[in-house]
Ligand binder design. Structure first.
Ligand code: GLN
Length: 191
């Protein structure tokens, strides 16, 4: 199995590090042809406007959309924004997931926070919470179609969702030492 991490901007090396810890081959993706031989793709956190502009510049937009029709994709934070079909703002989006997302919905950098979330689909996820790190995170304001919620904050705000093999988290599992979310993504590829 070989996983690609979109390496235009943001926290891509942390995802690569996490995957290698799990003994999975992980590569940086910057060019359309680098999508050809990977089994799944992670879009990291960072700045969604920058990721979008660079994806247009590198002619990655349509190859990325095509990839998402065939193979699993996971977006974390800015990656979740980039995967959404609607964000109420004009910026380049991959736009493959039936979710409406609001950028920076928890406030500014200083309002970043950590909150444990219970994620039933993870190993022991109902008893051992996952450390959610939220850095200028987006909010999932609406889900449609076949999208399922995977996690929410104590106040009920949804923070993770899945639509078939498209996964989105508002937080950053790659900045923790808990590998369960990465293992869950890998399980989408094996099935
Ligand atoms: N606020 C960023 C954006 O709008 C996302 C932040 C993050 O990925 N940590 O793109």
């Amino acid at each position: 199995m070989k996983i690609g991490v979109l390496a235009l901007q943001g926290a891509f090396s942390e995802h690569i590090h996490m995957l290698r810890q799990l003994d999975v081959e992980a590569v940086e993706v910057r060019l359309p042809e680098e999508l050809n031989d990977i089994d799944g793709l992670i879009i990291p956190g960072g700045e969604s406007t920058t990721i979008g502009k660079l994806a247009v510049m590198y002619q990655l937009m349509n190859p990325l959309r095509q990839f998402a029709r065939e193979r699993p994709v996971w977006g974390t934070c800015a990656g979740m924004i980039f995967m959404a079909k609607a964000i109420g703002m004009d910026q380049p989006l991959m736009g493959v997931m039936d979710i409406v997302v609001e950028r920076n919905a928890f406030g500014r950098q200083k309002d970043s926070f950590k909150e444990d979330v219970y994620v039933n689909v993870l190993k022991n996820g109902d008893s051992i919470p996952f450390p959610g790190i939220f850095i200028r995170s987006p909010k999932l304001v609406q889900t449609k179609g076949r999208v399922l919620m995977l996690a929410h904050l104590a106040d009920g705000t949804p923070v993770a969702a899945i639509e078939d093999r498209l996964l989105a988290t508002a937080f950053h599992p790659e900045l923790t030492t808990d590998t369960r979310f990465h293992q869950y993504f890998l399980s989408l590829i094996q099935t």
